[in-house]
Design a protein around this ligand. Structure first.
Ligand code: NAD
Length: 506
């Protein structure tokens, strides 16, 4: 059912669908165009973080299953089942694939909510349509991946060709299970590769369904395979596999560094990394609109339960507006996000992904308190919601940039407001981090906006807004936030390699 058809659904309707899904959801691996059990027959529990109860079992892929999936992908690549199709034909299949994602919006959205706790309304309004949009954009790019004829001397002809890489391994996180996987598989497929995807163990279901829909759309078997399993087993086997030409990873910086090692230990495969962040949002006293700025500040950290790589977790505010800003944040932001049942279409904040994540975030809150930050609201588990992995939206002010809550990626709804004196002071603090994914600068001074944009070490700098953009925005980080760009034409090219063909015309 598409998103429009379920617009009027109530919490009770979704609960009924959720209970049906428990028995019908497909959790087996998807290899060579069909579902199959893991070679060793293993299964793992996928826990619903709203209740901490088992939602479903999923097959636990191991090295043997990665071998099978890579072999299927390799066979499909070298028999050119996908590549030999005319670009227009591949585009048609990708468009149909996107249409099928739209048509199955309700089912896919429900899987996201039951796997990782995202509010059903967010899944329907953002994750699923954004996935379909991304696939359509990548489809459009298929007949625009051009090589070139270079301007060399007249006794030679030089063709620089753009070719796919072969078998691409993708490893995705749980925070946007479908969308983050699409950011990898769609450009990789558009560029003509075959793919093996290892989704996060917390959230395998929407990725499995997606592979099924690709085949339903006409994608040849073996071109898109999904192997569920644990990172240290299935993910590691994929990243070490000698027949994988590129590994595309989104997840923590810690695991990103392991992926680089695996590439070096095996076949020097190419590595694309999208990792963690500690985004500074910088508010100068001359910001154009305090209310809008404060709204961007709390939305930037509480949206998706704060489980965003680009979460605006460090809120730098110039001294002269500091106390007004904090007051307005409390007035507008305290009740803006209310933890609730993510199956209720009215809910805008679900649980964190697991009880471990909940304990980790509560630990950060304790460290904020013990290091002397001022707690204004939140800080605990919402009352009556102890069965799930909920954490209240939390606001700390008087944070200093060297406190643990300002240094480390919390990946939860914890906002830290940090005062600053002047441009030099805030630039130094904003850049004093291992991360460099995003930043924002709020000011009415265009000169300052421009010089700040140049001096901030981040892959994306927003001016007087936050987390906006479209498919022309190249998403990716500087420093230890990663080394690649997703969700743009540049990303399609990152799944290709160039070959020079030099004709002597003497
Ligand atoms: P994670 O690093 O724990 O896991 C990510 C994926 O890697 C999962 O599929 C996991 O199974 C796999 N994995 C874990 N250990 C592995 C290993 N040894 N070998 C191979 N694969 C392994 O991250 P997570 O908790 O799923 O996601 C949260 C992190 O992702 C945060 O740091 C967040 O900032 C980052 N993230 C970044 C972006 C971005 O675009 N930069 C987007 C979303 C999330």
């Amino acid at each position: 059912m598409n998103a429009h058809a379920v617009k009027e659904y109530t919490k009770e309707d979704w609960k009924k669908l959720a209970s049906d899904a428990e028995t019908s959801v497909e959790g087996r691996l998807f290899i060579n165009g069909e579902y199959c059990e893991a070679a060793d027959g293993g299964k793992f529990e996928v826990i619903n973080p709203s209740t901490n109860e088992v939602f479903a079992l999923a097959s636990e892929g191991t090295e043997k299953d990665i071998d099978r999936a890579v072999a299927a992908a390799k066979e499909s690549y070298y028999s050119r089942t996908w590549l030999k199709m005319a670009p227009r034909k591949r585009m048609d299949i990708m468009y149909k694939f996107a249409d099928l994602i739209d048509q199955h919006a309700a089912e896919l959205a429900l899987m996201e909510t039951l796997n990782m706790g995202k509010p059903i309304g967010d899944c329907l309004s953002t994750d699923v349509p954004a996935s379909a949009t991304n696939i359509r954009f990548m489809a459009e790019s298929i007949d625009k991946i051009n090589g070139k004829v270079t301007n060399t001397h007249d006794k030679a002809l030089h063709l620089s060709l753009r070719e796919p890489l072969g078998v691409v391994g993708c490893i995705s996180p749980w925070n946007y299970p479908l969308l983050m996987a699409v950011w990898k598989i769609a450009p990789a497929l558009a560029a003509g590769n075959s793919v093996v995807l290892k989704p996060a163990e917390q959230s395998p279901h929407s990725c499995l369904k997606m592979a099924e829909l690709f085949v339903e759309a006409g994608g040849p078997p073996g071109v898109f395979n999904v192997v569920n399993g644990y990172g240290e087993v299935a993910g590691k086997a994929l990243a070490l596999h000698p027949d994988v030409s590129k590994i595309s990873f989104t997840g923590s910086t810690e695991v990103g560094k392991l992926i680089l090692q695996y590439a070096g230990q095996s076949n020097m495969k190419k590595v694309g990394l999208e990792c963690g962040g500690k985004t500074p949002q910088i508010f100068f006293a001359d910001l154009p609109d305090m209310k809008r700025a404060v709204e961007a500040a709390y939305e930037g950290i509480y949206c998706n339960m704060g489980e965003m790589c680009n979460a605006g977790s460090r809120i730098f505010v110039e001294q002269s507006i500091y106390s007004d800003f904090v007051d307005q944040f409390i007035a507008d932001g305290k009740d803006a996000y209310m933890p609730g049942d993510p199956l209720d279409p009215e809910t805008n904040m679900g649980p964190l992904v697991t009880s471990e994540a909940q304990s980790r975030v509560l630990g950060y809150i304790e460290s904020g308190k013990s290091q002397g930050a001022k707690l204004h609201f939140g800080g605990g588990v919402p009352s009556g919601m102890e069965a799930g992995c909920f954490v209240e939206p939390t606001l700390f002010s008087d944070v200093s940039n060297d406190m643990k809550i300002a240094k480390e990626e919390i990946f939860g709804p914890v906002a830290s407001v940090i005062p600053f004196d002047n441009t030099e002071h805030v630039t130094q603090m904003a850049n004093d981090t291992i991360y460099g994914l995003c930043a924002s600068v709020w000011t009415s001074d265009v000169n300052r906006a421009h010089s700040m944009a140049k001096s901030i070490e981040a892959g994306i700098v927003y001016i007087n807004c936050f987390d906006e953009g479209d498919m022309t925005l190249e998403f990716g980080g500087y420093k230890q936030s990663g080394n690649t760009k997703d969700s743009c034409f540049e990303s399609v090219l990152s799944y290709t390699q160039s070959k020079s063909v030099w004709y002597s015309l003497r």
